[in-house]
Design a protein. Structure first.
Length: 562
């Protein structure tokens, strides 16, 4: 018999009971009032509350429709390079520079670019490609050792590689619209953080000076706040900016607009981009919006953006042309270009009235002349002028030039060959000795040119320091120039003496050959060289007397002042 006792609660009973309509019996009249009377406090509605509770009505004239995101605009600041001075505001579509950050889209784009750049050239040889015999190395049984096959087996040293890497293509696929969205998302990320700096003009500097570029980058970092590396995106090649960045080694880089990837946009602390380059990037990565592919030869792309503000700078076209020359010819062309620009600036400065502009141009001309002489010094001696200044006080400083060391080696070799040739042929020996005398004369000319160029460098620097008001530095440079001028006088006499020795050796060789006309010609060369040597000695003695008199007068003036 089933029990009527409920041992466990039944699910849903309270809900079902609540739905039942239970009719209550009629109550007495005396209880009706007390039960029907409300026990809650009466609520009184004020005029303010009634007004707040009144239905709201909106006028059709004050309705502002929601603008679709595709039609929204954002304002971006356009700056001036290199000061980053704000010039104006410019509107950009919100779906270009104000997209929400999608990490998944950016991740897919970076992985896609990384896969595209993988070379996939790793390769190994399997047992069929390794060179070796196919004979079994030892019998299968009887040796007590493990069984083994031929020498090409993967288990043998120098054998084939089992399941090794083979050349393959690691590139993956990504929809064009997703990649375009990643580009604009990366730009929007930089724009939202205030790290996208758009410049209106070409990002080029006046000269490839590391000091100038370092000052510019420090000023920019101070203006934008914080430190870090910057990526400079240009429309076309900026040779002087690129060269200065390479020499500065600050970590900042410059790329063309068609060389930039999404990963490049996300790296670094700041993105400084030319307005024309940004235009081309946005135009090339909006196919998901326009649904029309952009042809590489499209007229909408900006092809050129010259540095118009630098075209009027004296010497800038020459500097740009120098940077675009072949690297093998740059050293030879640099000195000529610097001297040309220096003479042009100096002539222009002379035509100006006394002013700060005139002083700046004159200082620039002297500095360019000094750099031109330094380039000639490095070409002539094989040693940079900065290295020479560190060893100039040594006794054997002149013999440390690579060009002089090469000549010394040739002189030693030819002298040895001449001594050997004396045993067999007098003419051959004299030919070797003539080569030795010629090399010695060339060595003296190299040393003379080096001393003369060094003196000119110090003199030009002294003039620049004097115009800058740095009298102490000017005195030091003049003292060094005086030492080099003394070396020039001594080396000039040695060079003329070397020419006399060359002429005498040529006379000996002509006599050994029996060439009477050659003997007479060499004798005349000896006379001319000796006359030139005597004139140089007289000129130096006269100059020394004049300098001595000037020195005495200067000392007398100093004594009078005391």
């Amino acid at each position: 018999m089933a029990t009527t006792r409920i041992s466990a609660p039944l699910r849903g009973i309270p809900q079902q009971l609540a739905r039942l309509s239970i009719r209550q019996p009629a109550l007495p009249a005396r209880c009706t009032k007390s039960i029907t009377t409300s026990f809650a406090r009466p609520i009184t509605t004020s005029s303010v509350a009634r007004a707040a509770a009144a239905p709201l009505t909106t006028s059709a004239d004050s309705f502002a429709p929601v603008v679709p995101f595709a039609e929204q605009k954002v304002l971006a600041t356009i700056h001036q390079f290199p000061s980053l001075e704000p010039l104006r505001f410019e509107e950009f579509p919100a779906n270009h520079l104000h997209l929400p950050t999608r990490k998944d889209i950016l991740h897919r784009a970076v992985i896609y670019e990384g896969d595209m750049t993988r070379l996939g050239t790793a390769s190994t040889k399997n047992r069929w490609e390794v060179r070796g015999s196919a004979r079994k190395m030892r019998p299968q049984k009887g040796s007590g050792r493990a069984r083994v096959g031929d020498v090409r087996s993967p288990t043998i040293r120098s054998g084939g590689v089992s399941h090794g890497p083979r050349p393959r293509d690691f590139s993956t696929e990504l929809q064009k619209k997703v990649y375009d969205l990643a580009w604009r998302t990366a730009l929007s990320y930089r724009f939202r953080r205030g790290e996208l700096i758009i410049v209106d003009n070409a990002m080029e500097i006046e000269s490839p000076s590391t000091k100038l570029l370092e000052h510019i980058l420090k000023y920019q970092a101070k203006q934008r706040g914080g430190r870090g590396k910057s990526l400079l995106v240009t429309l076309e090649e900026r040779p002087m900016l690129e060269m200065a960045l390479e020499e500065l080694e600050s970590g900042d880089t410059t790329l063309l607009w068609d060389e930039v990837d999404v990963k490049n946009l996300l790296e670094g602390s700041r993105l400084i981009i030319e307005r024309a380059a940004l235009h081309n990037i946005l135009l090339s990565h909006q196919e998901d919006l326009t649904h029309k592919p952009l042809a590489p030869y499209s007229k909408s792309l900006v092809r050129s953006s010259p540095a118009e503000d630098l075209e009027s700078v004296i010497g800038w076209p020459e500097f740009r042309g120098l940077m675009l020359t072949d690297p093998s010819d740059m050293d030879a062309a640099r000195a000529a270009a610097y001297e040309s620009v220096a003479s042009t600036r100096y002539a222009h400065a002379e035509s100006l009235p006394p002013s700060i502009k005139r002083i700046e141009l004159t200082i620039s001309a002297y500095n360019l002349l000094a750099e031109a002489k330094q380039a000639q010094f490095a070409t002539r001696t094989g040693m940079p002028f900065a290295d020479y200044t560190r060893i100039a006080s040594r006794r054997n400083a002149l013999s440390s030039f690579p060009a002089v060391q090469a000549l010394d080696y040739q002189i030693t070799t030819q002298t040895s060959l001449g001594g050997t040739a004396e045993e067999t042929s007098r003419v051959a020996a004299n030919e070797h000795y003539l080569t030795v005398r010629t090399l010695e004369a060339e060595k003296q000319e190299t040393l003379l040119d080096a001393a003369l160029l060094a003196a000119q460098v110090y003199e030009h620097r002294a003039e620049a320091h004097r115009l800058l008001g740095e009298d102490a530095a000017a005195e030091v440079a003049l003292a060094r120039a005086s030492v080099q001028r003394t070396n020039v006088d001594a080396l000039e006499l040695e060079s003329l003496s070397a020419r006399i020795e060359v002429a005498k050796q040529r006379q000996v060789l002509a006599s050994a050959k029996g060439d009477r006309q050659g003997v007479e010609s060499a004798a005349q060369e000896v006379k001319d060289a000796e006359a030139a040597l005597e004139q140089a000695i007289v000129a130096q003695e006269g100059l020394s007397e004049v300098e001595g008199e000037e020195f005495v007068e200067a000392e007398e003036v100093k004594e009078e002042k005391r």
